[in-house]
Write a protein of this length. Sequence first.
Lengths: 307, 429
Amino acid sequence: MTPTSVDRTRPGAGRLAKARRGSEPYAFILPTAVLLTVLMIVPIVMVIGYSFTNNVITNKHPQLVGLQNYLEILGDPVFHTAVINTTVFTLGSVAAHLVLGLAFAMLLNTPLLSRLTKALFRTIYILPWLFTAAVIAVLWRLLLSPNGVINYLLDSSGIGSGQIEWLSNPSLALGSVTFINIWAGYPFFMISLLAGLQGIPQDLYEAATVDGANGIQKFFSVTIPQLRPIIISMLLLDLIWTSQQFALIWMTTGGGPINVTEMLSTYTYKLAFSRYEFALASTSAVLVLALSMVLAVFYVRHQRARD
Amino acid sequence: MSNDARTRGALRLFGVLAVAATVAATAGCSASGSSASSDGPVTLEFAQWWEPELPAGALRGIMDDFEAANPGIKVNLLSGPYASTKEQLFAGAAAGTMSDVVGLDGAWVSDFAKQGALADLTKLMSDAGYDDSQLASQIKVDGSTYMIPAVNFVYPLFTNDDLLAKAGVTAPPSTRTEFSNAAKAVTALGDNTSGWILPLSQEAPNGIQNDVMSWVWASGGSMLKDGKPDLTNSDVKSAVEFVQGMWKDGSIAPGSFTMKEQDKVEEFGNGRVGMMIDSLAHINLLRKNDPNLKFSISAIPAVDGFSGERGIPYASWGLGVSGSSAHPAEAFKLVQYLMSEKVNSELSTKANAFPGNTKSVPDFSGSDPLFKTAFDIYKKGYPANEFTGLPVAEELMRTFDTQFQSLLNGDQSVDDTLKNAQSQWESQF
């Protein structure tokens, strides 16, 4: 091999090796990127595109209509009702999830109970989380029926009387579905906060005791600050999940009576699968996506700040 | 790595992803639902929800007989529950991959026909030289037939004999006044018993069709005029006022606003309700759940003094042919076979339903005696379901339901209810 031939081949081989090294990272992320593109980006972009057309799926030749769908949805009084109901339902559920989850987590973390008792109650308290939305809906429809167990218990204990229409009375329905959602969702908070509580160093409580702090002061000055990162993460996640709750509402009230439990999710579903107005449904879905993105941005920023 | 190199790398990556996405999307779109093969026997796809609801092997047996009678045509049954079949058909209609022969609910027909997803059966009947005078009914859109009801499930009035007897009512009511009085008497028995039950859930708003509009049809009335909504007419107003009166009397079981059809059947089966309007299909269920429950069926009461023919609400298993079928003539042969006198009798017997062919007679020898009674009621009146063939039929029921709930809740008058529902319906036509 002459020096000249070495000079001719080396740069080519080097370029190839360099290109291969350069493309390696992309090759690693390619499967994930393809899946994300096909399963997330393409559908989202398509739905955003649909929201600017007169109608799709049931219309073979969709035409662009600009912002007309957005104006129609934003001007629809039922949409306004759905936004208000979703806000009340979500804030009520998330606040109660936090309070109940924290209370049960602290009960289960107490040194006053034996390990067996705690294990038993952990199992009982986590049960609601094991049921699917369909099971929860059927269960609570039976319990809250005018001839159901709840009314029987209220009647026989003298607290209430008659056949109370928990889900069918327009003034009780939103409260009832919120209650069901609270029951179904608090274990998620409880388990996460219990893990957080078990990770708080005992020294902090001992130091607080030496400083003369009582139980309440320890709770607000040690427990809450230590749990704060978990609480904020959980709150943001729960806000996103609860605002999109569909199955439970649909299977218990269907958005009724009248429209007192109409949520953004049920409103969008009805546009798509009852009216077959897929462009309007896409518009509503894009608006829900925008609202969820705001919460998601807060969540990501919070996670980054933690890191 | 330099910025340039990064940019080039990113562009390469984007290019690969774009191609991958395009390939995936194209692959998804190109999947064809056509069941045709270019050579050899023609294989038809028949998508329906009937097979799971019929005795095991019943529909396949009919298909085997069809294949034996029509060498060269095979039938592949695509069966699933009602809701899955509906989703499958809507997806197929959008993608142009609908099965050759499809089981249809009348509520879907208008939307499918307007999409061009269904073949014009008027033309197929004429091409095949088919005599349509034997068909009990045809569902038309803009003058052309798109669905033929194969079998019909009627919704008569069910009355709990024991409860009515206890309340001093000796015979099922036949007029609205008798019905209202009977409902009051049963409710007066106390112990959480109600005279009538009215499911108005918005999840499944078919209570508007079966339990509210049925009062209009039973008295020969109509909610349409020249195919367009006519909710403010005196027939509809009188029926709505009648139901409102029952509500004010407290004769309707509590929980109506979120009650579904299965809740209605359950409450009646538990003996807590004196009367309900329900599908004949539930007779076997009621017998199975409580063999001691004594109940009768009769025609839905009409306005006092009414002597005309009574409309009786019904739901159908309808037949249609896909607009994208490569073998429409063979597909229609299957429709023709299912609608023939003998096969239609067999299908209606097995489904505990009434035939779509006027010459067919179901065999009641092995059935509950109430089916025979119901068939007599059916023969005396006429099948009435004005929601069949209307655009977005379920949405029409739901919008009426919302307005009707506002009325019963005391938020608006009967006139405003009907006016609001009328304007909402008009916007859908």
